[in-house]
Design a binder for this molecule. Structure first.
Ligand code: SF4
Length: 323
């Protein structure tokens, strides 16, 4: 573990127990998040990125179990904690920003009071001090007329403004780690751009450590320092934005980036052949092998490990076995 590692996930396995069978949602996921960085977690729907985000904060649904591995936040092991212990860890160290702020906000409480509550739940300060801090935070968030905004109820605000409240609540308690799960996907493009710009400014101002979960590689390129690409419950590539976008090395990442390029050039639509595998009966060996044009015999037998192919750039693919 590096000195400035805030979060270390090691060899994490998560299953969902469903009527159809056991869904192997995360299969040996390992990941480190460093202080002050924004890590993008990308992949198609069902690749396990939200499961990982929920597992970190003990927010998995009742039919899910962590069956192996470890999650260390700020040096503290989280796997095996009771729901009450996880509630305290979430309160003191973590903050989530979800896709649908309307569902996460209290509809009968003024937004200012919700921000104050987030500040006071962790810190023993007076309401007056908390109010001053909340107003200061709203100013830093670039909210016009913060006093008026402070007294509003969530239903009086637009979707973009509600998402700003969620960000304010998340930052108010000064968490060690923010997990933003598709924070802009319900917003129209202009508001989306404003929220992304806001998140970027906040990173500069607060040096906040953030995991940004998204299916949108454009969002990742704009806001993240590093990116982790997930496919069918496994991590297939990790690196800096420059490394992964300039030199995508896993065949799946290459396919994802071709799709992004299509939307830029409007050329012939490229697709990754095949479909995402059924995680009740996942393919043997490399889980991507049924869709991979480079698959060789070993790919069906052996799961590739993440290997460092250049400084800080990791890929799980047998093509790099001899590198
Ligand atoms: Fe393709 Fe084999 Fe690499 Fe998997 S390990 S991505 S099947 S080449």
């Amino acid at each position: 573990m590096k000195k400035d590692t805030i979060l270390a996930v090691k060899d994490l396995y998560v299953n969902y127990y469903t009527y159809a069978g056991v869904v192997h949602a995360l299969n040996g996921v390992s990941l480190e998040i460093y202080k002050g960085e924004t890590m993008g977690l990308v992949g198609e729907t069902g690749c396990g990125k939200s499961t990982l985000g929920h597992a970190i904060g003990g927010l998995l649904p009742n039919n899910a179990r962590i069956t192996g591995g470890s999650i260390t936040l700020d040096g503290e092991e989280l796997v095996g904690r009771s729901p009450e212990e996880m509630r305290i860890i979430r309160r003191d160290k973590l903050a989530y920003i979800f896709q649908n702020p309307a569902a996460a906000l209290n509809p009968v409480m003024k937004v200012g009071d919700q921000i104050i509550e987030a500040i006071m739940v962790k810190e023993n300060i007076s309401k007056k001090e908390a109010r001053e801090r909340a107003l200061e935070l709203l100013k830093k968030l670039g909210i016009p007329e913060p006093e008026k905004f402070y007294k509003s109820y969530p239903h009086e605000l637009s979707g973009g403004m509600r998402q700003r409240v969620m960000i304010a609540i998340a930052l108010a308690k000064r968490p060690i780690l923010v997990i933003a799960d598709e924070p802009t996907s319900n917003l129209d493009v202009t508001i989306q751009a404003q929220i992304l710009e806001l998140m970027e400014n906040l990173k500069k101002q607060f040096h906040q450590t953030t995991i940004l979960i998204t299916h949108d590689l454009g969002v990742v390129a704009q806001t993240c320092d590093r990116v982790t690409v997930m496919y069918a419950g496994t991590i297939v590539e990790v690196g800096s934005i420059y490394q992964v976008f300039k030199n995508p090395s896993h065949p799946y990442t290459q396919g994802l980036l071709r799709v992004v390029k299509f939307s830029e050039t409007r050329s012939k639509l490229p697709t990754i052949p095949g479909t995402v595998p059924n995680l009740i009966n996942p393919p043997s060996g490399c889980i991507f092998h049924p869709r991979c044009k480079y698959a060789k015999a070993i790919c069906k037998k052996m799961k590739p490990e993440l290997k460092e192919i250049e400084n800080g750039h990791f890929v799980a693919c047998h093509l790099y076995d001899n590198v």
